[in-house]
Ligand binder design. Structure first.
Ligand code: PHE
Length: 338
């Protein structure tokens, strides 16, 4: 079904690269979604990613109770860019967003960070998460990580009858800006950890937090309480779900399911899956709380904690109706967005 409001695909005037902005929905307000800078086999793969990621942002904002819709920007690279090309691409992103006249604003995502938001911001004001020194709310990953931990407490409450993390075991897949923080927070809370990253340099963090280092495949199929996907999407497939040995899967990676029906396979195996668009909402929640609503740190913390309540409600609905958390979440989204 074609459900996007507007999709812009433009050859960047400064970079010559494909700049893709997908605005999925503005039904609840300005569409929000980060800017992803990534290498794709073909630009059309970047388009497919933008379409899926922007639709997920609509779900994320709706369930986070934000007056916003979903969008996403993808710069589809064919090889890693040099600095000049990167700057040119970010300028192009700003130009395309400015041309949209305010229906969409961006923020950081895979491959971009706060400094990049300054570069985009030289062309448009519709950008979140510039560094605090430049008037923004800074890196969104601390908020995403704190929200993820609130979600993990809700998962433990639903699955094991207690929200305590102490003594529970987690496999964190991906130790990037968000996953690295999640691993630290879990370790501080007394959890047992298996961690993995495609970058061998991240092993230092594993040692620092007393985690067992594993390959991404080993971590995914580790015999732990909860697997926490914290890197790129698509890790849950019919084949990987069949190999899982955990009781639950919940993490901040966007678009974890290869296709929506994989949620049914998880349910059939008795594995509780927390919809990723609920778990990962902390970044956008914190950025908009600070930059649009000027909330205090205590108010932001309460909002991030609310992710656990939302998830608890979804799990309770699913248990009551005998359906999956995905179906329950979809019901709530339809109530909010229509
Ligand atoms: N990368 C964030 C996400 O996927 C997007 C974002 C963060 C957008 C902060 C705006 C502000 O949710």
């Amino acid at each position: 079904m074609f459900s996007h409001e507007r999709i812009i695909i433009r050859r960047g005037p400064e970079s010559g690269l494909p700049i893709i902005v997908a605005v999925h929905s503005t039904a609840l307000g300005q569409a929000l979604g980060g800017c992803r800078l990534a290498v794709y086999p073909d630009w059309a793969d970047g388009l497919a990613d933008a379409l899926r990621l922007s639709a997920a942002m609509t779900d994320k904002c709706a369930l986070a109770g934000l007056p916003n819709g979903g969008g996403k920007t993808v710069v589809a690279l064919s090889s890693p860019p040099d600095d000049a090309m990167r700057q040119a691409a970010l300028h192009d992103v700003g130009t395309v967003i400015e041309d949209l006249g305010g229906i969409y604003a961006t923020g950081p995502d895979v491959g971009t960070g706060p400094d990049d938001m300054v570069t985009i911001g030289s062309r448009t004001g519709n950008v979140f998460c510039r560094p605090t020194s430049a008037g923004g709310s800074g890196d969104s990953s601390p908020g995403t990580a704190v929200g993820t931990v609130a979600a993990l407490r809700a998962v433990c409450a639903a699955r094991f009858g207690s929200p305590a993390l102490d003594g529970r075991s987690f496999a964190v897949l991906g130790l990037g800006r968000v996953g690295g923080r999640v691993a630290r927070l879990l370790s501080e809370a007394g959890a047992k950890l298996v961690v993995a990253d495609v970058d061998p340099a991240r092993r230092a963090l594993a040692d620092e937090v007393g985690a067992t280092w594993a390959t991404p495949d080993e971590a995914l199929t580790a015999a732990v309480d909860v697997v926490v996907p914290s890197a790129l999407g698509g890790v849950l497939t019919p084949a990987s779900v069949a190999a899982l040995r955990c009781s639950a899967v919940a993490g901040p990676a966007n678009n974890q399911l290869d296709t929506p029906s994989t949620a049914d396979l998880l349910h059939a195996r008795g594995i509780l899956w927390a919809p990723d668009y609920v778990v990962s909402a902390g970044g956008v929640i914190a950025a908009t709380a600070v930059e649009l609503r000027h909330e205090t740190p205590a108010q932001v913390a309460a909002r991030l904690d609310g992710i656990g309540d939302t998830l608890g409600r979804i799990f309770a609905m699913a248990a009551r109706d005998g359906g999956t958390p995905s179906t329950a979440a979809r019901t709530l989204i339809t109530q909010r967005v229509g």
